[in-house]
Design a protein around this ligand. Structure first.
Ligand code: HEM
Length: 115
């Protein structure tokens, strides 16, 4: 999943790598493109007969869900809210579960009804 022969800086968090269009030379990074992803370098929803049937729904909802989480909350790390950094170490397997479960506490910082 983090094969350096397929992904540039595979252990770095570069979400913009998924924005890059095929043959876009405007960036220093040669991030992956849609065509390469179709070659099963990126399979977050599995594939084949048992592939995820919720793929289209997830794609439609994910932007809104993440935007709401970022816009409406600050996030404290750990059960006591005193952690400083999320341990992103990933396990093995198709879907890269986290070795250390992510525990964060949402703190509301924007309430549209507080007017
Ligand atoms: C970001 C969101 C999601 C991710 C990353 C995800 C990922 C996955 C993965 C990796 C599998 C296993 C596929 C395989 O074995 O090849 C799976 C299966 C499945 N997913 Fe999702 N999924 C997501 C959202 C959803 C949603 C929104 C639904 C339903 C509304 C859903 C329903 C299912 C079901 C029912 C299965 C079992 C399919 C089967 O075994 O035949 N998933 N998903």
């Amino acid at each position: 999943m983090r094969d350096p022969e397929i992904w540039e800086d595979p252990n770095e968090f570069h979400p913009e790598r998924f924005l890059k269009e095929k043959d876009d030379s405007s960036s220093d990074h040669d991030y992956q493109n849609d065509a390469k992803r179709m070659e099963f370098n990126f399979v977050p929803f599995g594939a084949g007969r048992r592939g995820c049937p919720g793929t289209a729904l997830a794609f439609n909802l994910m932007n809104t869900a993440v935007a709401a989480m970022v816009q409406c909350f600050d996030w404290k790390i750990g059960e006591d809210g005193k952690g400083e950094k999320v341990d992103m170490q990933s396990g093995s397997g198709m879907s890269l579960g986290m070795v250390h479960p992510l525990i964060c506490i949402p703190v509301v910082h924007f309430n549209p009804y507080d007017e």
